[in-house]
Design a protein. Structure first.
Length: 282
């Protein structure tokens, strides 16, 4: 547990930034057979597929069959594939045959497996759940100088995976990207004055330990925060807290490549009512 000074305005701005980032993150969660296009920073490349790649029958999970488009080249006296160069990326033209017999021409890039992994990471980040935690005591019954346990529900504390792939003349090339929750963090106002900026924080590896009655009141948890001040003087009589989860992101591919990508953090808010018990003197 540690304390530091942070202005209330700074805390509010930080929370708003996280909210805006989460809205963008959820927009990117849409899963579609064909990518939305754009650069490799925050958008899936046009032509990169986000369904599951073709199975043994040559059909992907959306029911499409992919065939390279060809043209007769009189210069070489044979049919050849149709390609174009966009910047530094080479694209091949493919026929995408739908289950109803319809056919669409789609330009497919030739990304590396690492680039496919980055595309899949966009989907993964969009699918990460908002952190929700349970506490003991409950958030409306926290007491000064009494450790508050925090733990994450197993309903959402598990790895999240997505795939990105492209058809090639040798079969599909794919990368699978996985985000794994590894760390729970908590930061909260902890200042007894109405406008004070003192903040407390804690972090722990893993989802924490669920408190139960048999553990008693003296047991300790690696995910525990102890308030030093009452929230009675704050707006609404509560402290504002932020729960965050750090996700480590890694990837594998069907070409033997693998690696790691920058970690990602998701956050949500808590309102905590903290009271100070008064000792009885006889």
């Amino acid at each position: 547990m540690r304390f530091r000074r942070l202005s209330l305005a700074g805390l509010v701005i930080s929370l708003l930034v996280m909210l805006c980032a989460d809205v963008h993150r959820q927009v990117l969660a849409v899963d579609a057979p064909v990518g939305s296009g754009g650069a490799d920073g925050g958008s899936i490349w046009a032509g990169v597929q986000t369904s599951s790649p073709p199975n043994g029958s040559g059909v992907d999970s959306s029911g499409y069959r992919w065939v390279p488009a060809t043209i007769y080249d009189s210069g070489i006296g044979a049919t050849t594939g149709i390609t174009k160069l966009v910047g530094s990326v080479r694209y091949d033209l493919y026929e995408r045959h739908a289950p109803d017999g319809g056919m669409t021409l789609v330009w497919i890039p030739r990304p590396s497996t690492a680039q496919l992994a980055q595309n899949a990471a966009i989907l993964v980040r969009g699918r990460l759940p908002q952190p929700s935690v349970m506490t003991a005591p409950p958030t409306d019954q926290v007491v000064v100088n009494v450790g508050m346990w925090l733990w994450a529900s197993t309903d959402w504390w598990y790895p999240v995976t997505a795939m990105a792939w492209v058809p090639t003349v040798f079969g599909s090339a794919w990368a699978r990207t996985t985000a794994t929750p590894v760390r729970l963090r908590f930061i909260s106002q902890d200042d007894g004055t109405s406008n004070g900026g003192l903040v407390g924080a804690m972090q722990c590896d893993g989802p924490g330990i669920e408190w139960s009655v048999p553990l008693g009141d003296e047991a300790m948890s690696p995910c525990m925060y102890t308030y030093q001040h009452s929230s009675v003087s704050r707006d609404g009589g509560v402290f504002v807290g932020v729960v965050s989860v750090d996700w480590e992101i890694s990837w594998t591919s069907n070409t033997g490549g693998s690696g790691s990508l920058p970690s990602y953090t998701t956050s949500s808010f808590l309102a905590l009512r903290v009271d100070e018990l008064q000792a009885l003197v006889e």
